[in-house]
Design a protein around this ligand. Structure first.
Ligand SMILES: [Zn+2]
Length: 191
């Protein structure tokens, strides 16, 4: 047993060694495929990688919108909608409700699908649902410094965590003004 590291971090998507046999990985196009993969030439395992899904909500209580102040990197101490990586074995709706509860303590009734945002430069898809809070109580979890309901006029636009959060909020404000909420699908390309 070796000493623990001083801190932990999410491992990069590209593995250096085969998770099946421990041999070094090579990167090339397998026979019959059309793009590079991480391949183990010792045991034959092909380590496919696919985009990850981030799921979240736009919770509303008495017209105000729930935002959480991040207690973790990246974007520590900025405001975000409750959202996080979908876990294995859950649906997007379950993941969105779980992240909302974990990060804010809000009890919600999940609504319709609201935004589906492709973020190809980081290999992610972000999915937000509308949500109605069932009460004003909040109890931010360890990933949040704070959680609070914002009047539309007080939304900290210059202090939001991610472009996906800003565009989802902008769509929400615009749809509410028109009185019609629809699903929005779009891509956030790199600048
Ligand atoms: Zn292997």
């Amino acid at each position: 047993m070796t000493a623990k590291p001083s801190s932990y971090f999410p491992a990069p998507r590209r593995a250096r060694f085969c998770s099946q046999c421990g041999s070094p990985i090579s990167r090339r196009v397998p026979d019959g495929d059309n793009r590079e993969r991480d391949i183990c030439d010792h045991c034959g395992a092909i380590h496919y990688q696919n985009p990850r899904v981030v799921v979240g909500t736009v919770p509303v209580w008495e017209g105000r919108i729930l935002l959480c102040r991040r207690a973790i990197e990246p974007r520590y101490d900025t405001w975000t909608l409750p959202a996080g990586f979908m876990e294995l074995g859950e649906t997007t709706a379950q993941g969105a409700a779980r992240e909302t509860l974990e990060e804010s303590g809000a009890r919600i009734q999940l609504g319709d699908l609201f935004t589906v945002i492709d973020v190809p430069q980081v290999d992610q898809v972000h999915i937000y649902y509308l949500a109605q809070a069932l009460g004003p109580e909040l109890d931010p979890g360890p990933e949040s410094l704070d959680a609070r309901y914002y009047d539309e006029s007080d939304i900290p636009w210059d202090d939001l965590s991610f472009r996906t959060v800003a565009t989802t909020l902008r769509h929400f404000v615009e749809d509410r003004r028109r009185g019609v909420f629809g699903a929005h699908r779009y891509s956030l390309e790199s600048h």
